[in-house]
Design a protein around this ligand. Structure first.
Ligand SMILES: Nc1ncnc2c1ncn2[C@@H]1O[C@H](COP(=O)(O)OP(=O)(O)OP(=O)(O)O)[C@@H](O)[C@H]1O
Ligand SMILES: [Mg+2]
Length: 221
């Protein structure tokens, strides 16, 4: 098996926490796999996803993405720009940019042509059903619409790996199905997908499910 992501011995402690948020977590995600991470609130799912994207400083352990094990922030930034599409629990849209400008953000520095960037951003918004709101600011969108803009932004660069934290958390049934269908379609085309979810229906759409408890995988030794 070739691993798209290989996490080894991850430990993350937050100040004033008795138990580490990640407690010697090891997890392999195969290339082309669609994996669900489930588990109770506070079990470390989001922290694990942040670690896989190089967005938190670990107390121990290492993450390898497509054969590279970045350590320095600049190396992680390069890996994220080249290979990762990120959807977080908070949408992190920039409030002064329109929906389509937000979607274009990760393409800056990757795609030189402004025309192509705009075309791709509009196409990505269309795929999440938001073509008509391309020119709206985030404040003028509902929570679910903002979440879909964040998903479009994650997909705009055609990343090899998509890491999504509760991507359907704010969505109604129809849009949840649309987003899961979109991620399934990407996965069918070869994209590796990792989804943190509380929704059993979303987990069932994935090829494999792992369950986190107290900062590690449930069945890990
Ligand atoms: N920045 C932080 N500072 C202090 N503690 C934190 C921080 N981020 C997370 N934690 C703690 O780490 C633990 C794991 O948090 P995490 O957000 O990974 O949980 P989760 O499984 O994603 O939960 P949820 O399903 O509610 O999103 C929790 O106890 C949380 O309170
Ligand atoms: Mg979380």
């Amino acid at each position: 098996m070739t691993a798209a992501i290989s996490a080894r011995g991850l430990v993350k402690r937050f100040p004033a926490m008795e138990h580490p948020a990640l407690d010697d977590l090891s997890l392999d995600v195969a290339e082309g796999e669609m994996l669900a991470i489930t588990g109770p609130s506070g079990s470390g799912k989001s922290t694990a996803l942040y670690a896989m994207a190089g967005l938190i400083r670990l107390d121990a352990g290492a993450v390898t993405v497509l054969g590279q094990t970045p350590v320095r922030r600049a190396d992680w930034a390069r890996v994220r720009a080249a290979s990762l599409g990120l959807v977080f629990q908070d949408d992190w849209l920039l409030p002064t940019l329109t929906a389509v400008q937000n979607v274009e953000m990760p393409m800056i520095g990757v795609e030189r042509s402004a025309t192509l960037r705009a075309e791709r951003a509009h196409a990505a918004l269309d795929r999440v059903g938001l073509a008509k709101h391309a020119d709206r600011l985030p404040a003028g969108l509902s929570g679910g619409e903002r979440q879909r803009v964040a998903i479009a932004r994650a997909l705009a660069n055609s990343p090899a790996v998509v890491l999504a934290d509760e991507p359907t958390g704010e969505l109604d049934v129809a849009n949840s199905e649309r987003v899961v269908g979109l991620l399934r379609g990407l996965n069918d085309a070869g994209t590796t997908v990792v989804i943190v979810t509380h929704d059993p229906g979303v987990a069932a759409a994935c090829g494999r499910e792992v369950h986190m408890v107290d900062g590690k995988l449930e069945d890990a030794p």
